[in-house]
Design a protein. Sequence first.
Length: 217
Amino acid sequence: MLKKQRADYILKKLTEMYPDTPVPLSHQNMFELLIAVLLSAQCTDERVNKVTPKLFNLGNTPIKMMNLPTSKIENIIKSCGLAPKKSSNISNLSKIIVNKFNSEVPESFEDLESLPGVGHKTASVVMSQGFGHPAFPVDTHIHRLSQRWGLTRGKNVNETEKDLKRIFPKESWNKLHLQFIYYGRSYCTARGCDGTICEICRVCFPNRKKSIKVNKA
């Protein structure tokens, strides 16, 4: 299979398997989505979803959140890891959103990435899943899958994102990002597939015998 053929097959297969792509992070508004994505760094979505109900019950808007003591935020989110830094970022970005953006989560990559703790991947998720703008957030798992499936030779998530955007149609990006995640979690996990086991790996590379060593993000 050529790369374009692999991409076409993967897009068709994932669309068949996952026609609906709900955002895995529970949220009720744009601010909650932003905070949930920030918390998901080096943490599972499942863990974040256990923590955020208590946090959002106290601070589901930037104004409410900025008025919470940072120590209280930290205590609530401590099981998510990196709690001191994340709580500080949550408090500070809430103040910035209130004072600079009229209490509204900004709708641009530049403004989102100017907020404490918000990198390109987090901004991409908010832009795509929150505002509906075309984006292709790439985390370490999508980076790994893309290498196993021969879609990129990127050395990091930024290079992989560029490659995926080149090969897949723009209108597919928002759903495809989540479809990658759903499939990866169920069938092509870090330990469960080495590039030779899951269906997509086998179809894309039927003659592959050795496990694939991927570049870490």
